[in-house]
Design a protein around this ligand. Structure first.
Ligand SMILES: *[C@@H]1O[C@H](CO)[C@@H](O)[C@H](O)[C@H]1NC(C)=O
Ligand SMILES: *[C@@H]1O[C@H](CO)[C@@H](O)[C@H](O)[C@H]1NC(C)=O
Length: 367
């Protein structure tokens, strides 16, 4: 096992690891190992591809418009009371956050954080519960007319009593419709619009579910960052890595659901590859040597400074390769003056300019 003893490991939580932080030459030139132990969907969207119903991950925000009334469903006052269907436009009170149970069943959380459900085991739909249990569980049923790529879908919503929600009037929603049919005049048909989605660690593990998520995540941890990446970093002028870790890693190997165990093992590999041996020594080093620096953080000319995340991307569609090179160079010149150093976001990313590996391999950045 090769080891790259001059690679220092930094953590988002500001715990520093290395065999030799005391000997590592400052300033650090680091890269963030983003999307490795904490998933960020935008950096590699395909990891979500095999999740069933992957447009309705946990936390997705949706709005429902009755096709019959042409009005949006609304939790009056944002929650705590009745649910109506009398709004001609949709905003906060008309937006429902999905708590995903599985690919078909969800709880709907309203803006004041109550859950939509059946009122006292009647058929009346209200937004009055602070917790999500059986009466607050709904199945979203899609029309076959549905267009997979469309963020608007024709749906019915089945309540826990087995009946579909219908608009009795624009101020009364009940779960007592058992008919079929998807015509627009049908009081149980709604257009569901997805207004916001999330793609983080919770979404991917909850989405794959307890049977599949452990294998998917282990494959990801083992392939996304490998020893070869550490080799690449070392040989291209980097001397540290910064690793975002989730709070649940502290509970490994048995983190709370839906998170899955095993990320600690992946982190252990990073230590090995970086040649880290004595963690406690580094914590002591930081404590003894740097805490006085931190105490001076609000005074001028006092503390060491560190640029935690920078990138070579900038919002200009017409930029040439040369523009990108100059932009990166300018940042390196400035951030190079940070006394503790800097860390690029990120090591790898499907958006090329966000990937330091890609930027180096394609001669946009030279360290
Ligand atoms: C919708 O109905 C509720 C309940 O009757 C009422 O308080 C509210 O003013 C109505 N809103 C609109 C826009 O009609
Ligand atoms: C999804 O969850 C609901 C509610 O807990 C349950 O009734 C249903 O069987 C589950 N479906 C799948 C496919 O697991």
């Amino acid at each position: 096992m090769a080891s790259y003893s001059y690679l220092t490991l930094l953590f988002i939580s500001y715990i520093f690891f290395s065999p030799s932080l005391a000997q590592t030459k400052l300033p650090l030139k680091a890269v963030n190992l983003g999307n490795w132990l904490v998933t960020e969907g935008w950096m590699k969207p395909s990891r979500f591809n095999d999740i069933p119903q992957n447009n309705l991950l946990d936390g997705t925000q949706v709005q429902f418009k009755s096709t019959k009334l042409q009005k949006y469903i609304c939790a009056e006052n944002g929650g705590g009371t009745i649910v109506v269907a009398n709004r001609s436009s949709a905003s906060d009170w008309e937006t429902f956050r999905l708590w995903r149970i599985n690919e078909t069943h969800f709880n709907f959380r309203v803006s004041s954080k109550q859950f939509v459900g059946l009122k006292d085991y009647t058929n009346r739909i209200v937004a009055g519960s602070d917790t999500a249990g059986f009466p607050q569980t709904f199945q979203i049923v899609f029309s076959t007319e549905r267009n997979e790529n469309n963020k608007n879908s024709k749906v019915k919503i089945k309540a826990s009593n087995g009946q579909f929600i219908q608009v009795q009037s624009d101020t009364l929603l009940t779960a007592d419709y058992s008919g079929s049919g998807w015509e627009d005049s049908n009081p149980s048909v709604f257009i569901m619009t997805i207004v916001r989605t999330l793609q983080g660690e919770y979404q991917i593990t909850n989405g794959y579910g307890p049977d599949k998520a452990p294998q998917v995540m282990r494959d990801h941890w083992n392939t996304y960052i490998t020893e070869q990446d550490f080799q690449f970093m070392s040989s291209n002028g980097l001397n540290a890595v910064r690793i975002p870790v989730g709070w649940w890693i502290a509970k490994d190997p048995n983190p709370p659901k839906p998170f899955v165990g095993g990320s600690l093992q992946a982190l252990d590999n990073a230590f090995k590859w970086a040649g880290a041996k004595n963690v406690q020594q580094n914590i002591d080093y930081i404590y003894n040597t740097r805490s006085s620096d931190l105490a001076k953080v609000t005074t001028s000319n006092g503390p060491l400074s560190f640029v935690g995340e920078w990138t070579g991307e900038f919002a200009n569609n017409g930029a040439s390769k040369q523009d990108y090179q100059r932009f990166a160079k300018a940042q390196l010149d400035v951030y190079g003056r940070a006394t503790f150093g800097w860390a690029y976001w990120a090591s790898k990313c499907e958006q090329n300019h966000w990937s330091l590996k890609w930027m180096i391999e394609n001669n946009y950045i030279k360290l």
